[in-house]
Design a binder for this molecule. Structure first.
Ligand code: MRU
Length: 331
């Protein structure tokens, strides 16, 4: 069952899916979005395979492999998707020889574990990040890296939630995040529901507020962190990082370990999803660009490690500006 994030905040509407290709369509179509959330959705989709494919081990593994490839092809930048599919495929190998009911139970338990572990990871990184948030800070964030984008609680918004829960009098400035408006539609919605003070600004206002000293901390999520600590996140994040560095405001990232991709050497190797230009040509249903004019829409950008003060994960904190790389947290 998925909350349709395309319709928020105007409408709270849920869809039920019974087949992995329906879930793949929901991921591709942004019903569910956010790196950890699409990984979790893919994990449940692979549990669904075990529910309908009741044939022998070979048939089950073929169905699992096909569904995994379809799901993996939906969105290329968020590595959590491939990570969750690989973990579920390992589980499929373990349970393949069992009877259909036990197989389904095994796959469902694994998907639920991925989901539960993500929430725990968000809470842990939130607590670590909150230690760095100054009392009374105005916190700038880009996109939605909240409960909606994860198993619950959120990565960047996990840091915000933890700071708020500690009694720090923080406020959030949410970049609206053109063209999909995740900041305006989703971040503001979920913080407002939790009673955490939030104001929405258009993306081009961030520099103004940083220049005036009205922002004390920046925290964003990530779709993939390379071995050298370069960070892929929603388009516009790099601009925010440059501005934050120019004004000596900490620029930080919160992400679960499933977002860290040690096999990708640097940001230059991270695939950037190219979305339809039509999404730029419209604001909601209103067309704002003359017909026939082409638009560009890279969905993500790369922030170099040299601009990142901290990466909060459930394993601990990496400080890229001090020369640390994610592999310091291994072992
Ligand atoms: O295109 P989206 O909405 O899936 O992009 C989401 C983001 O860029 C988030 O910041 C990122 O996935 C981290 S979510 C915890």
């Amino acid at each position: 069952v998925m909350l349709d994030q395309r319709r928020l905040p105007g409408e709270v509407c849920y869809h039920r899916y019974a087949k992995p290709d329906e879930v793949a369509e929901a991921i591709r179509g942004m019903v569910v979005r956010g790196a950890p959330a699409i990984g979790i959705a893919a994990a449940y989709a692979l549990a669904l395979v075990a529910r309908y494919e009741r044939g022998d081990a070979k048939l089950f593994l073929v169905a699992n492999g096909t569904a995994g490839r379809i799901l993996n092809g939906t969105r290329p930048t968020a590595v959590n998707l491939a990570w969750a599919i690989a973990r579920m495929s390992r589980k499929a190998g373990e349970v393949a020889e069992l009877g259909p009911e036990e197989r389904f139970a095994g796959m469902l338990t694994e998907a639920e574990a991925i989901h539960r572990e993500d929430v725990a990871a968000c809470q842990r990184m939130g607590a670590l990040g909150a230690e760095d948030v100054p009392e009374g800070a105005v916190i700038l964030t880009q996109c939605n890296a909240g409960a909606l984008a994860t198993g619950g609680y959120g990565t960047a918004l996990g840091v915000v939630r933890a700071a708020h829960a500690q009694g720090k009098r923080i406020r959030v400035l949410a970049d609206e995040t053109r063209p999909y408006l995740q900041g305006a539609r989703l971040t503001a919605w979920e913080l407002h529901q939790d009673g955490i003070p939030v104001e929405v600004i258009t993306d081009n206002m961030a520099g103004h507020f940083l220049q005036r000293g009205e922002v004390q901390f920046v925290v964003v999520g990530s779709d993939r962190i390379a071995a050298n600590a370069d960070v892929a996140n929603k388009i516009g994040t790099y601009s925010v990082a440059v501005l934050a560095n120019r004004h000596e405001v900490p620029f930080t990232v919160a992400a679960p370990w499933s977002t860290v991709d040690l096999r990708t050497r640097s940001g230059a190797d991270i695939p950037i999803e190219q979305r339809p230009g039509d999404e730029v040509a419209r604001v909601g249903d209103t067309v704002v660009v003359a017909e026939g004019v082409e638009c560009r829409h890279p969905g993500f950008d790369i922030t170099p490690a040299s601009l990142v003060d901290a990466i909060y994960t459930e394993r601990g904190v990496v400080r890229p500006k001090l020369g640390e790389r994610p592999d310091v947290l291994i072992g």
